[in-house]
Design a protein around this ligand. Structure first.
Ligand SMILES: [Zn+2]
Length: 165
């Protein structure tokens, strides 16, 4: 019974995380996540520079497509997957267009797994940004990619990922 309760709690946790990721991606694709540009529009306190690289102004497109930190994370993760897709910052595409292009590099049966992977990476990049802004905690891109790999292992154990063999 304890194992079933633990399994049930794990599945409930994963579903909640997936819902948060979906909502975040919806906001990000529309350019509405609470990055520096959108905080400025609302007159809320913010640092205009990207919390991940401190080089460029922070907006959704920079944070998830152009930021050198995010691109380093994708580079490290791509190295572990035996599928070649362009890193987002290498192309002049929106987040949604890059996502659609990258998923074409996977066999059709793995497209949905890539969608989930894409949302997970964006979500954890966003959480890293928030940890820096609100908690002054910093992970290197190497550490974040290692954390993502661990997260993927959990999701894989739950039967969600199958393409990273
Ligand atoms: Zn940046």
């Amino acid at each position: 019974m304890a194992l079933i309760r633990t399994l049930k709690r794990t599945i409930q946790f994963l579903i909640k995380e997936l819902l948060k990721e979906c909502f975040f991606i919806w906001l990000a694709v529309k350019g509405r996540c609470l990055t520096g540009d959108n905080l400025a529009k609302r007159g809320w306190p913010h640092d205009p520079l990207c919390a991940l690289c401190s080089i460029d102004m922070e907006d959704c497109h920079h944070l998830l497509v152009k930021c050198p930190y995010t691109n380093r994370v994708w580079y490290l993760l791509r190295d572990r997957i035996n599928v070649h897709f362009d890193i987002p910052g290498r192309l002049d595409l929106s987040l949604a267009d890059w996502w659609q292009l990258a998923r074409t590099r996977f066999q059709t049966r793995y497209s949905k797994a890539f969608d989930t992977f894409f949302m997970l990476v964006c979500w954890l990049v966003w959480k890293e940004r928030n940890a820096r802004v609100f908690d002054q905690k910093f992970n290197t891109a190497d550490l974040l990619s290692a954390d993502i790999k661990e997260e993927v292992a959990v999701w894989r154990a739950a039967g969600i990922f199958q393409f990273c063999e």
